[in-house]
Design a protein around this ligand. Structure first.
Ligand code: NDP
Ligand code: HSE
Length: 439
């Protein structure tokens, strides 16, 4: 059978990796897919760079629409990124009846409902394994392998750049800016690294995982998102002393009693003895709590050329196998049949989230401070789990007070923080980091 024809739009880190993996493993890939998978054309604006990388025999273009409009191309692989040109080419490809493979979580988290509806109407596939956690097959696991389960929660380290930054800061005492530069050099960071640092990239991925886990439309705009910017290296150090690691976690949890789901990304303390607390560098890990399977953990490289290409190529194999199948018998994009997505399951506001907390207060080293603070916590029904007070340095007359609380509701903590912050003996903004046991 004639090889299926692929057009690669975007030929940077992931596009280049995809081309290499396809070329290197072409025999095994075609034996798995049932026919060859051939790159017919690649697209990037720097034509000379593209030509040098692919050699003769592959068409090189600067205009993505030249690939979308090529009648010989069966599958469009979108690896440009962002929501501008990428959205135009994905929608045009679907409209032209072509299948799409993409690693673009930003596009799908924001416009996924529109993209999937258009693909469903046209009977084409949009495959996006590479969009979440790079080389880890978490989409397939959640959508297919756990299809018999009721999912309770999903929690994951789903941004390699921020995990790399946190790991290097903790282990080597390096500063934030130099570690971010290294992550960019290694090809982990997004074109705009604030997407990584501010938690937006993790929230894009979590939005997709939540939709697949709970059968809800994609709702990135309702996610609670906090990144690393407010985090001090002091907190990384104190957390370590108390037996915790700080990770940027994406958490989505079913809350039946409130008729909704939590959807949140923020720095989180995790007990050091948990496997996920020991996921270091650019590695990713996703934990899934399901009623039948129990807890499962998926670990691997979450970014970089070939790990991400591994998922892109797996999608190419899937699409090749299913291209001639009846569209109604394919796996639905978001795991649940499109007419069975539950729009009534709302995304809960952060005020209702239940969590325990790490608090760091810079306080005057004077009589009665601890008692005033613990009184405020008690008055707000917040129970203390542990307290650590650093000895003040000679002549300093101020110190750090670290408090771990038991589980409470976010709105009670917000209220207590307001009262504590207004005390004259609290000398700086209070650091608050949520804590999860993930047991
Ligand atoms: P790069 O910036 O490395 O590559 C983007 C490519 O798109 C370049 O070849 C660029 O080439 C080309 N391009 C950009 N704009 C246009 C345009 N208007 N027309 C034609 N070509 C264009 O990005 P990545 O490979 O890192 O990321 C690609 C996608 O994969 C993104 O959605 C990203 O979020 C996702 N992703 C990335 C991962 C990673 O580890 N890097 C992991 C998982 C997902 P030129 O400038 O010459 O046009
Ligand atoms: N910038 C992303 C990360 C790439 O660091 O995880 C992988 O999606």
């Amino acid at each position: 059978m004639k090889p299926i024809q692929v057009g690669l739009l975007g030929f940077g880190t992931v596009g280049g990796g995809t081309f290499q993996v396809l070329a290197r493993n072409q025999d095994d890939i075609s034996r798995r897919a049932g026919r060859g998978i051939e790159v017919r054309a690649v697209c990037r604006r720097d034509l000379a760079a593209a030509r040098a990388a692919v050699g003769e025999g592959v068409r090189v273009v600067a205009d993505p629409m030249a690939i979308v409009n090529d009648p010989e191309i069966d599958i469009v692989v979108e690896l440009i990124g962002g929501e501008g040109v990428a959205k135009d080419v994905v929608m045009a490809a679907i409209d032209a009846g072509k299948h799409v493979v993409t690693a673009n979580k930003a596009l799908l988290a924001v416009h996924g409902n529109e993209v999937f509806a258009a693909a469903h109407a046209k009977g084409v596939m949009v495959a996006f394994e590479a969009a979440v956690a790079g080389g880890i097959p978490i989409i397939k696991a959640l959508r297919e392998s756990l299809a018999g389960n009721r999912i309770e929660w999903v929690a994951g380290i789903i941004n390699g750049t921020t995990n790399f930054i946190l790991s290097e800061m903790r282990a080597k005492g390096l500063d934030f800016d130099s570690v971010l530069k290294e992550a960019q050099r290694l090809g982990y960071a997004e074109a705009d690294p604030s997407f990584d640092v501010d938690g937006i990239d993790a929230a894009h991925k979590l939005t997709l995982l939540a939709s697949i886990a709970f059968g809800v439309p994609v709702q990135f705009d309702k996610a609670h998102v906090e990144g690393l910017r407010g985090l001090s290296s002091l907190d990384i150090k104190y957390a370590e002393q108390l037996g915790y690691r700080i990770k940027l976690l994406g958490i989505t949890r079913r809350r039946d009693e409130l008729g909704g789901i939590e959807l949140r990304v923020h720095p989180t303390l995790i007990p050091t003895q948990r496997l996920i607390a020991n996921v270091e560098g650019a590695m990713n890990a996703v934990m899934v709590q399901a009623d039948a399977a129990g807890t499962t953990l998926y670990y691997g490289k979450g970014a970089g050329a070939e790990p991400t290409a591994s998922s892109v190529v797996a999608d190419l194999v899937d699409v090749t196998r299913l291209a001639t199948a009846d569209p109604d018998h394919r796996v639905p994009h978001l795991a649940f049949q499109p007419d069975r997505l539950d729009g009534s399951l709302r995304i809960l506001p952060m005020s209702g989230v239940r969590s325990s907390y790490y608090l760091r207060l810079r306080v005057a080293d004077e009589t009665g401070v601890l008692s005033r603070i613990t009184t405020i916590l008690a008055e707000n029904d917040i129970s203390i789990d542990a307290v650590l007070q650093r000895e003040s340095l000679e002549g300093e007359r101020q110190t750090d007070l670290i408090i771990l609380t038991h589980t409470t509701v976010e709105e009670k903590m917000d209220r207590a923080l307001e009262f504590m912050q207004s005390l004259p003996s609290v000398l700086a903004p209070i650091a608050r980091i949520r804590k999860e046991d993930l047991a």
